[in-house]
Write a protein that binds this ligand. Structure first.
Ligand code: SAM
Length: 235
């Protein structure tokens, strides 16, 4: 997958893209990320990318011309699915991550200040929000989405099964995990996990996932029930 990110703070991406699984994905050639400094596309000698809002009020607004120009430049090399990061967008979740993982090229536009001139939307395919709260800029949302999407790409995680069995992949939360020691200060690992009986372990895990989802996220269970026309029966 090729990802272009348009930002006025390109240095914000360095440490995240150079660590852990994202770094490995880049090294393995599964992911290619290019950061574009929006200021390079400003149309004045001060590299201005924002201006005061028409109608007055607090804060500055990201101008349309540098963004349109930068997108044009990016797409001269590679056309992509263009995402505007905004609290007003479609809420990001695992289903949207799966949808984005099918695209070959993604382009993210990161905002700042009060957000974008409304006319920026004319150049965009999808507006996405990472949740109902406001951050100072779109860089963390872009990295969050790249991380969630990239780990769904074949060959990125060490073990293909990891992504398949995680929370939200089947509409439920993940089952509880344990590792050594088998007894920690009297708190014992459930017997079934030590039994070596894989059928029983799989059954225990799916029951626990269901129990946990019912307890912590009944909203997910209701959705899963609806989708599977009642295959999951609330215990
Ligand atoms: N005035 C905007 C509002 O009230 O919706 C908030 C702008 S925010 C301070 C600046 C930029 O951060 C946004 O343009 C967007 O790119 C990014 N941003 C902030 N919160 C976000 C969220 N929940 N999801 C996606 N992007 C977000």
């Amino acid at each position: 997958m090729h990802v272009d990110i348009i930002s006025i703070f390109p240095s914000m991406f360095d440490s995240v893209l150079n660590s852990s699984i994202l770094k490995r994905a880049v090294e393995k050639g599964k992911l290619e990320v290019k950061i574009h400094n929006l200021r390079d596309f400003a149309e004045d000698k001060h590299n201005t990318t924002d201006d005061a809002p028409y109608g007055g009020g607090a804060g500055m607004v990201m101008k349309v011309e540098p963004i349109a120009k930068c997108l044009r430049n990016v797409e001269k090399k590679k056309k992509g699915f263009k995402i505007l990061l905004t609290p007003a967008g479609k809420k990001f979740d695992q289903a949207l991550a799966k949808k984005l993982a099918k695209k070959k090229n993604l382009i993210f536009v990161c905002g700042h200040y009060e957000g974008f001139d409304e006319r920026v939307k004319d150049y965009i395919d999808e507006e996405i929000s990472i949740g109902d709260y406001v951050l100072t800029g779109g860089e963390i949302p872009a990295l969050l989405i790249v991380d969630a999407v990239m780990r769904l790409l074949p060959g990125v995680l060490g073990n293909e099964e990891s992504a398949k069995n995680e929370s939200f992949m089947d509409g439920l939360l993940d089952y509880p995990h344990y590792t050594r020691p088998a007894d920690y200060k009297g708190k014992k690992v459930p017997e079934v996990l030590l039994s070596g009986n894989h059928e029983k372990i799989a059954k225990w895990r799916s029951e626990e996932a269901l129990k946990l989802t019912k307890e912590k996220r009944p909203d997910l269970l209701a959705k899963a029930n609806k989708l599977s026309k009642g295959v999951y029966i609330c215990p």
